[in-house]
Design a protein around this ligand. Sequence first.
Ligand code: Z57
Length: 830
Amino acid sequence: MEIKYIYLSKEGMNQMKMLADFDKEGFKKEVITNVKTLFRKPIEEATPQQVFQAVSYAVKDDIIDRWIATHKEYEKKNVKTVYYLSMEFLMGRALGNNLINLTYYDAVKEALDELGFDLNFIEDQEPDAALGNGGLGRLAACFLDSLATLGYPAYGCGIRYKYGMFKQGIKDGYQVEMPDDWLKDGNPFEVKRSEYAVEVKFGGYVRVENKNGRNYFIQEGYQSVRAVPYDLPVIGYGNNVVNTLRIWDAEAIQEFCLDSFDKGEYEKAVEQQNLAKTIVEVLYPNDNHYAGKELRLRQQYFFISASVQRAILKFKELNKDIHKLPEKVTFQMNDTHPTVAVAELMRILMDEEGLEWDDAWDITTRTCAYTNHTIMAEALEKWPIELFSRLLPRIYQIVEEINRRFVLKIQEMYPGNQDKVKNMAVLYDGQVKMAHLAIAGSYSVNGVAALHTKILEERELKDFYEMRPEQFNNKTNGITQRRFLLHANPLLANWITDKIGDEWITNLSHLKKLKVYVNDEKCQHEFMNIKYQNKIRLAKYIKEHNNVDVDPRSIFDVQVKRLHEYKRQLLNILHVMHLYNRLKTEPEFDMYPRTFIFGAKASAGYKRAKLIIKLINSVADVVNNDASIEGKIKVVFIENYRVSNAEIIFAAADVSEQISTASREASGTGNMKFMLNGAPTLGTMDGANVEIVEEVGIENAFIFGLSAEEVMKYEREGGYNPMDIYNNNQAVRRVLTQLIDGTYAKDDPDRFRDLYDSLTKEDVYFILKDFDSYAEAQQKVNEAYQDEKGWAKMAMLNTACAGKFSSDRTIEEYAKEIWKLKKVKVSLDK
Ligand code: Z57
């Protein structure tokens, strides 16, 4: 394997055009002053963390002017605003992204160079804002970036968790979780807005009072907390727009009163302090899984009540008639987690604004909209009525009435059909079904990829779809190219700009102009050399963080995503075991060197997922240390996969593993990040993979496995028999046997027995069923990669055809078809 030459871009640096209004000397002075006033130090003595803080405050200064100007413009125009309600915003780091979107990245890099600092190193001092689990939370973050870039008025509304997604360590091959104390050094970009605090009430009981022939519902004997918002700026790309991510903190209502000798008062004060503290303490680390914990429901109502109250107060500052609310506000509910918003809005409209039910319901159902992100049964939120009504007595009353009227409607449409009631009611079997509440209370229900929406309409939500088809629509997910190309892969970003100009930064469909270069050998070399540089960067990261040597000339085959059985990391590692067997036992067998890279957090309580992590690391131990296979296979588990290292990983990938059981991955968004960075998809026809193949052509992907139709057919017929495969497939039987014979667990041969059992008894994720087809697709990857020109062309076509998967496209569709928003222009008069 030859070492390829290094492509260095001299021209085409992005972001040159805005440098004119950046005052470099002023900026340097401000950084020095900030170090002085924040840390009473000369800059020479500052720690890298302190320099990070000082730089961020200097940047914040520029941001605030635009932030104020943006909101002045919004108020002047009295614009319609979307409130994106989400339990999760997986923002990652802010500094680099803020500089990119201000178009100051290169200028600040230069300024810091002159001060003797490396911007990359300073960026590395910032902890990730990991207020999310995975796809759903990162989607929310990409949406905020696109909303600001397109100039749409928007708030993200969420929770300021004290501890975000746990930090993952690997000890002896096992995952260990460590708290993510992301706020310990302070967050330079946030602004506390105490003046906007509101009260949120829990528990107690509802007293009905009749005054002048009208019933008033008064909650009494409740506990309450003060919700205090912290605002984070969300910067649009090069357009002076700064939107807001508003995350809520909880404080005790009454200050702790030390000189109170009244025992009852004292205990009540302590209780309130504790209640406040626990609500926002930590993000639940479950992805695609519902745990049903009371504290989780508290979190949901806490941030929803605060966000909806604040939105109504803001609306009333500029508008007199509450009936106009749907013209000025949309609440977009990110999955069922914020669905209590439907009832909270009803409560405010009736109990506080004095509207009658019908009026309030009409407004609510023209203001709320719902996005479904999964069909996984274990993710569906169903709260026990006992818990729900105890914690939220007034909200529960409202839900009961919503249900009563909804059931009447169902019976009216389908007289005598009890099945319909059973399948669609909001309250059933002693549970509050949050998805049904969301659908009943929304004017729009959308899925997140074409296939997913089809499955919702035809199966999962069929009854709802038949009742009101016009309510349903698809919005295929997207990702922001500003973070996942411009920031994550500067070499490729500059190369693209050299070739086709920089319009792709705000209009990704321009990438298709790259198609004319895919057969050009010089361009192919340049493209693959950039990939090679990025592989060296990742190899360095892996050496530093995992102390594993990987060869950047090998194929980087990457599966990074949450660990979940349906995502089938187990299929991937079983196949690695199979390749290893072949290398050991078939003298004729050869393969191009391959590095299998994994990154995944398992939910802390998900035993089987954690065992799969242990298996991956155990296979790595054996395979990486077997000199007889001459380094043909390396297995690397990257510890603590998160947004910041994802940026390095995507840029370096050759192969994108998207191997979920067909029908289970609603969309996937990692798949799009790989594609954008020139890695072909090795995947099933699931989620947005279907649309990726549609864009790039099936000859530029490696597709395998059962289709969604086939999987669902087997499921209707009660599954398939994995023993048929066990009995007839020697390769499969061999790797299965190795799960229980100590090959990968010398000290405890039974360690992986649970995985063996899961595969041989039911195999609900069709891993054995898809094994051969997967191995065949992998073989094709092996061959295709050795055709250098063919591979370069395929990689380039993946980048060139990724235009559709910008979250800018997704947000334009939401804005036009669901939210009906208008764009706003912001100018800075200095
Ligand atoms: C989550 O990350 C997703 C769905 C959920 O219901 C929950 Br809870 C968490 C993911 C889907 O699994 C992905 O397929 C999808 O791309 C992503 O949400 C964004 O829509």
